[in-house]
Design a protein around this ligand. Sequence first.
Ligand code: GLU
Length: 305
Amino acid sequence: MEELLEQLLEECRPYTRSGRLAAYIPELANADMGDFGAYILSSDGRSACAGDYNKCFTIQSIVKPILLLLALMDNGEEVVRSKVGVEATGKPFDAINVSDQALLSEHINPMVNMGAIAMCNLIKGDDYNDKFNRLLSLTRELACNPNIELNESVYRSEKMTGNKNRALAFMLKTYGMLTDEVEDVLDLYFKACSISVSSKDLAHIGFVLSNRGKVAGTYKRIFNHEYAHYVNAILMTCGMYDGSGDFAVRVGVPAKSGVGGGIMAVVPTRMGIGIYSPGLDDKGNSIAGIKLLEKLSKRLYLSIF
Ligand code: GLU
């Protein structure tokens, strides 16, 4: 499998030169477009790595399924479902609803910014520091990596410039969908997006989702198997921004991308895949990352359809 991954990664390398960095978060403009890495963790115990698989980048939106998981673990499915919907919006991840129509929970889902900010409000903890520490612990546990940390400079960069997310949070507050203070909830959201991970970490996290809550090798259960169904279903329909339909046709597995350039793919019962290449298309998805997944899906028959 490693030989195949290395070969496909080299075939896709020319695509790393296309696309743009997510410069709207100033610190992300410092990424190196030439970085390209991938890691696969498979249920038969094998793993494969290629390129810069250990290179760290910020998790960005790939934290959204982890926020959703923690909200589910803390509140149960019924409460989470009543607060945020599960339908694809067909709009960009940071779209603002500017119509006169009231914002309703069914207008958003946990994979767009409004839904993820609402999830931050649902996470339990003594205060917002404690809530972040619980999220970081869960991320480390899912990734089997106790060394995962916050990238302070990306966090500060997002907090200073994240006015669109402030607008989204105030919309949620206006329509009674946030009970806590906007700045507290946003601080958790900005920190969550600034957690530093590698492709290897993403493959491990994706593996637990593919394995319905159990860690590779140890059979340790981290969450109820029903939450994997919930999260994976939403990843399938909403995980790749407003390119999720195209991704379903081309690759056909639940996945989540982030504007940091990462993609986490979940192949139910089979494998977790992590990829990093920071050149993004106009929807915010890694161009070389999707290309590599498309080729992997064809060669390993990954599509669930
Ligand atoms: N922190 C980013 C934002 O809120 C996350 C966006 C993303 O990766 O989709 O704009």
